[in-house]
Design a protein around this ligand. Structure first.
Ligand SMILES: NC(=O)c1ccc[n+]([C@@H]2O[C@H](COP(=O)([O-])OP(=O)(O)OC[C@H]3O[C@@H](n4cnc5c(N)ncnc54)[C@H](O)[C@@H]3O)[C@@H](O)[C@H]2O)c1
Length: 257
């Protein structure tokens, strides 16, 4: 049985990760700013699931979230730095410094804070796994907004860099890189209604190479694998989870039979 912290665990991919661990009998702390969704989720996950309000852009909140997990659940085995949103969009000239910094705080500095606090408690024990949610926009430009792309590239770089430091202490850190996945984020982008998952499902299916959309559960399965013993020699990597959608976009091509 593992002790797990999931940031951004109230909805979407984070909620799927939390559910995956709860189903495995693990103790899970869901850390989020959406208190209503977070509390509602943990009620469905059983007695080992807990919720804490945690804004991942706040150093104090992130530290308090890790302390809360260690005090009330036990020594953390796996930490998922997953919380995020799209951030500032639009043309470069129209991007204000304030919006740029806010997006970096949400998508990159938050991951630094979460990873730092996780390493601080895991290093003395000589064990632990960290999984950060990047994006296909973190391994290739042109797939997302500028700031989002830069921040997610930063996440992938941070994962590689930290892996080299912490490997000798028995710690692992990896990233998952979803393509478009059915979640509140994509539903909100597509319809303005974060709960319209069916619309996101249908649109992502239509635009997918396979005709099948990537679900939050698909991404959670990959993240769960990276957080677990089955990936014990995988460290510093970034696993793309997109059903091959990224392959044609990487080459600027479609597949013609
Ligand atoms: N869904 C996709 O298509 C997709 C693709 C690539 C990467 N991602 C990444 O996956 C991660 C999860 O996204 P999702 O699709 O599940 O989105 P989502 O909107 O469904 O869930 C994100 C969760 O993060 C929480 N959150 C937002 N800001 C926060 C903050 N400051 N502090 C704490 N929690 C906060 C939200 O309340 C929400 O519960 C994000 O990092 C996102 O960039 C998603």
């Amino acid at each position: 049985m593992s002790i797990v912290l999931v940031t951004g665990g109230a909805r979407g991919i984070g909620a799927a990760i939390a559910s995956r661990h709860a189903a495995a009998g693990d103790s899970v702390l869901v850390a989020d700013v959406d208190d209503a969704a977070g509390k509602q989720l943990v009620e469905t996950l059983g007695l080992r699931a807990h919720y804490v309000h945690c804004d991942v852009t706040s150093e104090d909140d992130v530290r308090a979230g890790v302390v809360h997990a260690e005090r009330h659940l036990g020594p953390l085995d796996v930490v998922y730095a997953n919380a995020g949103a799209v951030g500032v969009t639009g043309r470069l000239e129209g991007t204000s410094l304030e919006d740029w910094r806010r997006t970096m705080d949400l998508l990159l500095t938050s991951v630094f804070l979460t990873v730092r606090e996780a390493v601080a408690v895991m290093r003395p024990r000589g064990r632990g796994a960290i999984v950060c949610t990047a994006s296909v926009a973190g391994v290739r430009g042109g797939l997302g907004p500028h700031a989002y792309t830069a921040a997610k590239h930063g996440v992938v770089g941070l994962v590689e860099s930290v892996a080299v430091e912490v490997a000798r202490y028995g710690l692992r850190i990896n990233a998952v890189a979803p393509g478009g996945a059915v979640s509140s984020l994509t539903a909100g982008l597509m319809s303005g209604d974060v709960d319209d998952l069916q619309l996101a499902h249908d649109r992502l299916a239509a635009s997918s190479a396979s005709g099948v959309p990537t679900t939050a559960e698909d991404v959670a399965d990959a993240a769960f694998f990276l957080g677990g013993a089955g990936s014990s020699r995988i460290n510093g990597t970034c696993l793309v989870v997109d059903g091959a959608d990224y392959v044609p976009s990487q080459k600027g091509l479609s597949y013609y039979s």
